[in-house]
Design a protein around this ligand. Sequence first.
Ligand code: ADP
Ligand code: F6P
Length: 319
Amino acid sequence: MNKIAVLTSGGDAPGMNAAIRAVVRRAIFNKLEVIGVRRGYQGLMDGDYVALGIGSVGDIIQRGGTMLQTARCEAFKEVSGQQLAMANMKEQGIDGLVVIGGDGSFNGALKLTKQGFPTVGIPGTIDNDIACTDMTLGFDTAVNTAIDAIDKIRDTATSHDRTYVVEVMGRHAGDIALWSGVAGGAESILIPETKMDMDDIVSRLLASQKRGKKYSIIIVAEGVAPGHKIGEIIQERTGFETRVTVLGHIQRGGSPSAYDRVLGSQMGAKAVDLLLSGVGGKMVGIQNNQMVAVDLEEALNKTHQLSLPLYELARSLSI
Ligand code: ADP
Ligand code: F6P
């Protein structure tokens, strides 16, 4: 292996730049050339390539987003798109590819590997919804961003004796809601993995009012229901003055946390090591604080499991 490429695909996540930097520096450390592909699989098909040297990834470890930009690209789902991408890479003398993205991006990475092009995945998504890794890149920062907002909302909630509903990201995975709910001391946490029970939420709110609590914070993952809908129901059924905040895409941006910078650095280096040892079709993960290599197929076939004990803990603490 002489030359590898790296791209970011799907939703951006804080820490992707740290991973790009690690891929580039670890590769150069091992005498490999590195090509950056702009705009994910779209750029791979368009030949939107840039040579990356040591200095080109300087001053990015602390930046959110992705210096290579990202894209969603329907044409790459077709075999013709994948073949065009492989032909472009072969023409450039590229022998291996690192894909930083979520499960959609990993489907593309697996297809390239199956057609003979060694590709390794790094789980980069704020949702933490990928199996076989304890954490995905960006999740920690997103939760810290949500917590920062929730703490601020708590200030105004206590000042006005109001109920607040905070909608966080997560269409299918409730990890951001769960972690920010536990860390933010929320009264109730609504996640897509469990059945929504408005009776339970209302009775918990009424019970906490009875024992003198005058404000409450409810966290809802976007995949459960729109925060505004939940807010309307709560106000109607309790009579409590309720406000709703949708955190939205601020959760995707911002300077990555120390954890995501370290995780991105570890994952980027491990991905290069795998390609160097001739291994493709793998996803880099972190399990019990150790870097691991898991078959992409296995990671894609399994479903990420949200921590139900943490959910139960949240319920038992917010009485
Ligand atoms: P994420 O990687 O964050 O889950 P997406 O699901 O949007 O984001 O996927 C990102 C890109 O990965 C898609 O736009 C497409 O180019 C590629 N991709 C997704 N699914 C497949 C698939 N089944 N086969 C090939 N490429 C895919
Ligand atoms: O997968 C990351 C994520 O931010 C989800 O939490 C959210 O549902 C989705 O992406 C939003 O995607 P878009 O980039 O299309 O707004």
